[in-house]
Ligand binder design. Sequence first.
Ligand code: SAM
Ligand code: SF4
Length: 361
Amino acid sequence: MAEPASMRDRLGRPAGVLRLSLTARCNLACPYCCPDSQEPPELLSLAERLQLVAAAVDLGFGTLRLTGGEPLLNRDLEALIARLQALRDPRGRPSGPLQDIALTTNGALLGAERARALKAAGLDRITISLDGSDGESVARMAGLLAGPSAGEALLAKVLAAVEHARNAGFDPAAGQLKLNAVIARGRNDDQLLPLAALARRLGVELRLIEFMDVGNRNGWNLEQVVPAAEMLQRIGAVWPLEPVGRASGATANRWRYRNGDGDGGGQLAVVASISAPFCGDCNRLRITADGVAYTCLFASSGFDLKPWLRPRPDPAGLDAALRGLWRERRDRYSEERGPEAGAADRTTPAAAHAEMAYLGG
Ligand code: SAM
Ligand code: SF4
């Protein structure tokens, strides 16, 4: 039996966002992420993913973000979104329906047809990741060994993807189309102003993400983190900003350009998971492409949900497993370690984390 939306974890945090990874593979090799070249062996089927999302929605996860690896590599993506539409019907859903389906993508495979197909299937929002504004920086951040010319080609595809998404009906002014950029000192912090200028020109909100210590392969250290306050200061010195705030449960702290034009380009957001962690109202559950649930991006181990999906579905067991997992949840890794502790943490073997492309960001 589904329980009302009041399901809370040990720290009183409600369920909110399910981040479902559709693949651990990627067509890029961003060095801050380091995706796998192969899928985990026990990849979930479309039917199993539908069961998982339905169970999560019934526990109060009203927002679904599809991610990866690169989710556009998944051929079932549109079919999955289309079949999820049934969960929008509030009837028989005591915790409320599925309200919002979002996608995070690097955009390289987002052609005009794919963008239209995603819209037609019922996708609500797209966030496209882009970490540079020229061929050199894009190549460096995407791990393109062929260098600036390859970076220019990728940049052109991503910029085209933004237009394809807009033309398909994803409206930046309504928050349906955004850009993500990871900023790392010494790697692409020279791109802060050019990226902000680009997003303003495109009329799309830019979300600047602090380089995070997720996974074990990306060589993270504190020196490479550009704190959100510094990013805001550097951009605000050129285009004055005023605070909008952070919605409860959200990752991003939002700002408005004082001379903004009111559309998506008039907004800027920072995700300060290192310098100003937001564990206190974290409402996110992550499920990997092979059905392992993680209650924190920085957790070192997950909880395998496949026993309730295979060899045959067990909806009651799945409901109980997810409910128990959430009720026992007490993760607040980012707040506990603090930025200084984080730097030391990475030298300790016990701090091994799952990789970002496996977790889905
Ligand atoms: N491939 C898709 C993409 O890049 O948008 C979706 C998966 S990716 C793991 C999701 C988001 O996580 C991207 O915006 C990416 O930039 C971000 N990300 C990956 N590794 C990160 C890290 N170490 N710190 C901060 N953000 C990271
Ligand atoms: Fe691929 Fe996204 Fe990771 Fe870059 S951040 S390697 S695009 S999964």
